[in-house]
Every structure is written in structure tokens, then in C-alpha cells.
Design a protein around this ligand. Structure first.
Ligand SMILES: Nc1ncnc2c1ncn2[C@@H]1O[C@H](COP(=O)(O)OP(=O)(O)OP(=O)(O)O)[C@@H](O)[C@H]1O
Ligand SMILES: [Mg+2]
Length: 467
């Protein structure tokens, strides 16, 4: 093992401190203090890996103590320590920057985990700060990725590493986690501080037969309907980045063409044989793991390897709950146009942290926006919460499986149906899916859909879903 990690325990219970010294002897260097002020002096004198801070310090507010310590020593991890687990305090502690919350008695295994977590977080933070200091130009990235969780800090550090490199980047993550935001961050985070083009193409939103000309451009008369010359996105991205969103939806024949362009670094507009050289980096994104598609033959392995020279994985929101309070504050401010006095009750925040967020940060943003609109006073409690957030902690509808594109919108005149039919189809799919999620339980489904049971029965009958 490396040299002993050093822990500072701040607690006004002298017996507890003696007990901990004995328990941790030989495992850690243990420092103890009975007040935050005394503890801060020790941190000043010695390098501390983790502070364990009692919530109920005599005459002090333990939570406030975190702020005081971080004001002077921003990278030291502080974990709260308490006799009992109180959700309100846990949420508040994490909101003000605690790395964890431990209840007494603390086991050695538990402590070891927290210490390592604090050390890892500290390393990353220090690395980021060092990299930030070496930035030649102060106006680095303007994209505001709100985060503080260990997983996101690790991701930000990885993104920092690729600064100055022009290798292709593949960003993977569930829907709504912030892949596009990350792509913009990678684009803006250049070594010389210069702004480079960022040209986004959503491969899923453009009909297959138009995507090729969208990417590479066309000459007038290249195909029926191509009346004028058109510059493609690759040409526009020269000197910068082309962002190929939802790359997994690209058809195999176009994948072959894209591969050739990546290999040769040149392309031709449709209807022309004159090659155009391009200096571009490809940042692509997918909410499906591409390796699975490679295995099933839907995605070319050679293209996959070219695209993911560097791979960034944006974790789902449910795996980084610590980010939720920060994101909530960010969206409260954003949707109140920066003049908010609104805030969540602790209970409301705790509920948001229990929900599984299948639509990730986008879903959270939507929920906060609706709460800003629906809540009357400055205090937002759970009464205005959408029913699926309130009820569905574990059974929230899976937004990806719901596939919001379904039923498909018409692409041609022949596909057009009446609005009534379209809405009925969408309703049918949605109700069917929510019913499946609730294992066919109609009461739960009715509750999740915020409708009466009788109304649901009638709907099921009407839509032919009654079995
Ligand atoms: N860490 C974050 N901080 C602030 N805003 C965020 C963060 N992550 C995501 N958002 C916001 O959430 C929304 C969804 O993010 P984004 O479009 O980047 O997700 P995505 O992963 O590309 O989603 P999809 O897979 O559906 O395309 C955007 O409005 C974005 O600004
Ligand atoms: Mg996206």
C-alpha cells in the first residue's frame, strides 16, 4: 500500500475521537479536532486526504463548516458524519459539496471507499485547475456543463486531455445526457483559444436520400430537384469539427462513403469529380452502443474504429445524483430568466434524487421548467410534480423505448392520415407501453397517466387494448 492516507476527524465527542483513533490505527494517519476552526488550522499545516465532519457540532453548523473549509481549501474532500441518517441533511450536505454522508458507527470498509473517492476527486480537480492555468487564452470554453459528480469530473478531465488533438471523437450516452453539449465543449476547448467551426448534422432527422448531399454538397443538376449548387457540411466544417449526431442511424451504403472520406480526407460534391480536400475532425454521437450494432452487422467495424479514436461516455443522470441539485438550480435560474427567487423544498429535491430520469438531463430540464410555470409562490414542493416523477421512481416510462418518433410523421402526401388517427395511434402506443411498464396493472397505469380508472378502462376499450 502507498504511504498512509491522512484523515482529519472533526467532532466534539471526545470519546468518539478516541475510539476512531484506536479503530484506524495503522490504517490511516488520523488527526482530530473538536471544532472547524481547530480543524482548519491542521489542514493548513498538513496535507489531509479527507475530512470527516460531524453534522451536529456543539455551537456550530456542520454544514456551514463545509463551506468554510472549501473557501480556504477547495480541493479537500469533506464527508459528513452523523448519528442518524436524515434525508434532508443528506441532500443539503451533498448540495453544499460533501463527497459523502456517513452514519456512526463508521466501518473501515465504508471509510476506505470514501477516502479513495475523495482522493480521486481531488486529483481530477487539481489536474483541471492546472490545465486551466496553462490556458494561453482566457476565453476558453463558453459551454456551460453543470456538474460536480465524480463521474462527470472524470469525463471533463478526459475531455481536457484531448485538447489540442484533432483525432475523431465518439460520444456515447443515453438520450438527453448532454452528448451534444459535450461535443460543443470539445469543439470550443481548443488549445490556442481560437474559435473553430462546429457544423452539426443530425443523421436521424434527414431522410436517407438527402443525407449524402447534405454532407458532401452537390452541383446544380446533380439529381432531380438539385437546381443550384450546394455546399455540403464537410466543406463548411473545414478547419473545425463536423458533429454527426445519431450516427448509428446512418445506412450502410453511406457508411461506406463516409469511411472513404475519412481515409482520404477528401470528397467530391455530388455530380462532380473534382475532389475537395478538407481539414476536419469528426465528432459523432450515438445513444446506442455502436459495438452491438457492429456485431449485428448494422454498422461497419472499420468505420466504427475510425470514428472512435477517442471515446467519451456521458453517464446517465441516475448514476450521478450529486449533479441534480446543481442542475436544478441552473435550470431554475435559466427558466426564470436569471431573476429567480424560487427554490425547491428539501422534500421536493429528495424526490427528484429518487427518480430514475430515463430522459436524463433533458427530462430534468423539462420538469423544472414546468415547475417554474406551475408553482405559485417562491417555494416549489412536490404538489406540482408530474405524476410519473411522484409515483414512478423505479417504473418511469422508458423514453427511448417509447420512441417519440412513433407513429412516424408522414414523409410524403400518401402517408398523410387524419390528425384524429395519428393522435389515436400515438395514444395507443403510449398507453400500451405504460401498461407494460406497470406489468398490466391498470390502477398503477391510471395513476401514472393521471387519469381515473374508469376513464382508462374506457380508453382501453376504445383503442382495442382491453384483453
Ligand atoms: N451538464 C449539463 N449542464 C447543463 N445543461 C445540460 C447538461 N447536460 C445536458 N444539458 C441540457 O440538457 C439538454 C439535453 O442535452 P443534449 O441535447 O446535449 O443531450 P443529448 O445527449 O445530445 O440528447 P439526445 O441523445 O436526445 O440527442 C440540453 O438542453 C442541454 O443544454
Ligand atoms: Mg443530441
Amino acid at each position: 500500500m502507498n504511504s498512509l492516507r491522512r484523515i482529519l476527524i472533526i467532532d466534539d465527542d471526545a470519546d468518539f475521537l478516541v475510539g476512531m483513533r484506536m479503530q484506524l490505527r495503522g490504517l490511516y494517519g488520523v488527526l482530530t479536532a473538536t471544532s472547524v476552526a481547530e480543524g482548519m488550522k491542521l489542514i493548513q499545516e498538513q496535507d489531509v486526504d479527507l475530512v470527516l465532519l460531524d453534522v451536529g457540532l456543539e455551537g456550530e453548523d456542520g454544514l456551514e463548516g463545509i463551506g468554510r473549509i472549501h473557501d480556504v481549501h477547495p480541493s479537500v474532500g469533506v464527508a459528513m458524519l452523523s448519528g442518524r441518517r436524515d434525508v434532508k441533511t443528506v441532500v443539503e450536505a451533498i448540495r453544499v459539496g460533501a463527497v459523502d454522508y456517513l452514519t456512526k458507527p463508521v466501518s473501515n470498509d465504508e471509510l476506505a471507499e470514501v477516502v479513495e473517492k475523495a482522493v480521486a476527486a481531488r486529483t481530477i480537480q487539481e489536474k483541471c485547475e492546472a490545465l486551466l492555468r496553462t490556458q494561453t487564452n482566457g476565453n476558453g470554453s463558453t459551454t456551460n456543463i453543470v456538474q460536480n459528480s465524480l463521474k462527470m469530473r472524470q469525463l471533463m478531465a478526459e475531455a481536457e486531455h484531448i485538447k489540442g488533438h484533432r483525432a475523431n471523437v465518439l460520444i456515447i450516452g443515453e438520450t438527453g445526457v448532454g452528448k451534444e453539449l459535450m461535443a460543443r465543449h470539445v469543439n470550443e476547448n481548443s488549445e490556442d483559444g481560437k474559435k473553430r467551426p462546429f457544423i452539426a448534422v443530425n443523421c436521424a432527422a434527414i431522410p436517407d436520400h438527402l443525407l449524402e448531399s447534405e454532407l458532401f454538397g452537390h452541383e446544380a443538376g446533380a439529381y432531380t430537384g438539385a437546381n443550384r449548387r450546394r455546399i455540403g457540411k464537410f466543406e463548411l466544417a473545414d478547419g473545425g469539427d463536423i458533429f454527426l449526431d445519431e450516427i448509428s442511424t446512418m445506412k450502410l451504403d453511406l457508411q461506406v462513403k463516409l469511411l472513404r472520406v475519412l481515409q482520404e480526407r477528401e470528397f467530391c460534391r455530388l455530380g462532380s469529380n473534382t475532389p475537395i480536400k478538407g481539414d476536419f475532425r469528426v465528432i459523432s454521437a450515438s445513444n446506442q452502443p455502436l459495438d452491438a450494432l457492429v456485431e449485428s452487422g448494422a454498422f461497419r467495424a472499420d468505420l466504427y474504429h475510425r470514428l472512435r479514436v477517442i471515446q467519451l461516455f456521458v453517464p446517465p443522470l441516475r448514476e450521478r445524483l450529486e449533479d441534480i441539485p446543481l442542475l436544478v438550480d441552473h435550470f431554475l435560474e435559466k427558466f426564470s430568466h436569471g431573476v429567480t427567487t424560487k427554490r425547491m423544498t428539501d422534500q421536493a429535491m429528495a424526490r427528484l434524487m429518487e427518480y430514475t430520469w430515463p430522459g436524463n438531463v433533458r427530462e430534468l430540464a423539462n420538469v423544472v421548467q414546468s415547475l417554474v410555470i406551475m408553482s405559485q409562490g417562491d417555494i416549489i414542493d412536490t404538489t406540482a410534480f408530474p405524476p410519473w416523477v411522484l409515483n414512478g421512481c423505479k417504473q418511469a416510462p422508458d423514453m427511448r423505448a417509447l420512441n417519440l418518433d412513433h407513429p412516424p410523421v408522414p414523409q410524403a402526401r400518401d402517408d398523410v392520415t387524419t390528425l384524429r388517427d395519428y393522435v389515436a395511434q400515438a395514444e395507443r402506443r403510449y398507453i400500451e407501453r405504460v401498461l407494460t411498464i406497470h406489468d398490466g396493472d391498470k390502477s398503477k397505469t391510471a395513476r401514472a397517466l393521471d387519469m381515473g380508472r374508469t376513464t382508462l378502462y374506457m380508453k382501453l376499450k376504445e383503442l382495442g387494448l382491453m384483453r
